[in-house]
Design a protein around this ligand. Structure first.
Ligand SMILES: [Mn+2]
Length: 286
């Protein structure tokens, strides 16, 4: 299968600028590698502007869905994590049109499960998961179709270590499985990831992966807007990721890398490693 790199150049839903530069920076670093982000969708309006963002996320969702319709594997490169609203609306829309179900693994330090009512900052990159469950701005929950894009029982968060009570309350009420960093320390990343993958593989038709690079330890990904210590070990993640069943994997997004805050391109190098591993996984099933 052909991989299709789609850039989501947006950082106006984050508290800090820079993440929007990642797609273009990666294209420079990927020069001569045979990999390029073919389509970069850029948000150039004001911060957290719901009407303009509705159009932006819709454009992204359509690009992702078109990619799946063409039987290409969409790999979305953020941008701040608000792009997940577009990415998974497109993926979920495609699957529901084909009567298939979506499971999602959400790698993150944060829960991204605020609603406009509970968010203090108002930054939409703190709301994408709640939005995909159908909570928050109607403009966003109605993209592609009016249904919730994710089912709580088919979503698992891994690496969580910074969140507000309102977010945990929403996810707990929905019954979403959360693996906190203390769970990872106790059970081991490998055990958790394999358990989660096998469980989802039995329950759903296709699995997606939403990676916020702040889920990893700052030792690996120092270039993020919201650094939280005690993160996931990138090497352990790559060990498991490179072994997964690519037939089940439908789409991946990598978000929140910030070139301005990066140190010696370490974070961008991590993004490139995940891109290359994804290409190897996806091209294996010819
Ligand atoms: Mn996030």
């Amino acid at each position: 299968m052909q991989i299709n790199l789609i850039g989501a150049a947006i950082d106006k839903c984050a508290g800090i600028a820079g993440a929007a530069d990642t797609p273009q920076m990666l294209n420079l670093l990927l020069k001569n590698s045979g990999l390029q982000i073919s389509q970069i969708i850029t948000y150039s309006e004001t911060r957290n502007n719901v009407p303009f963002l509705k159009d932006y996320f819709t454009d992204l969702a359509i690009a992702v869905r078109d990619s799946l319709v063409k039987n290409e594997f969409p790999l979305i490169i953020g941008g701040d994590h608000s792009c997940a609203i577009g990415t998974w609306s497109g993926v979920s829309g495609f699957l529901s049109e084909n009567n298939q179900t979506l499971g999602l693994i959400w790698i993150d330090a944060h829960m991204d499960s605020h609603t406009p009512e509970t968010s203090i900052s108002g930054n939409i990159h703190g709301m994408p998961l709640a939005t995909l469950f159908g909570f928050g701005f109607d403009e966003f929950t109605s993209i592609i179709n009016s249904h919730p894009k994710l089912k709580p029982e088919n979503v698992v968060l891994i690496g969580i270590r910074s969140y507000e009570d309102d977010e945990a309350a929403l996810l707990n009420k929905l019954g979403v499985k959360i693996y906190y960093n203390h769970d990872v320390a106790k059970l081991g990343f490998s055990n958790i990831f394999n358990m989660v993958w096998q469980d989802l593989a039995l329950k759903v038709d296709k699995i997606g992966l939403s990676i916020d690079v702040d889920g990893f330890d700052p030792e690996f990904t120092p270039g993020v807007g919201t650094i939280v210590p005690d993160g996931l070990n990138l090497t352990q993640f790559m060990d498991e990721y490179t072994k997964i069943d690519a037939d089940k994997l439908l789409a991946v997004e990598i978000t929140e890398a910030n070139p301005i805050l990066d140190k010696e391109d370490r974070t961008l190098t991590c993004v490139i490693d995940i891109i290359k591993a994804t290409q190897r996984l996806v091209s294996r099933d010819y």
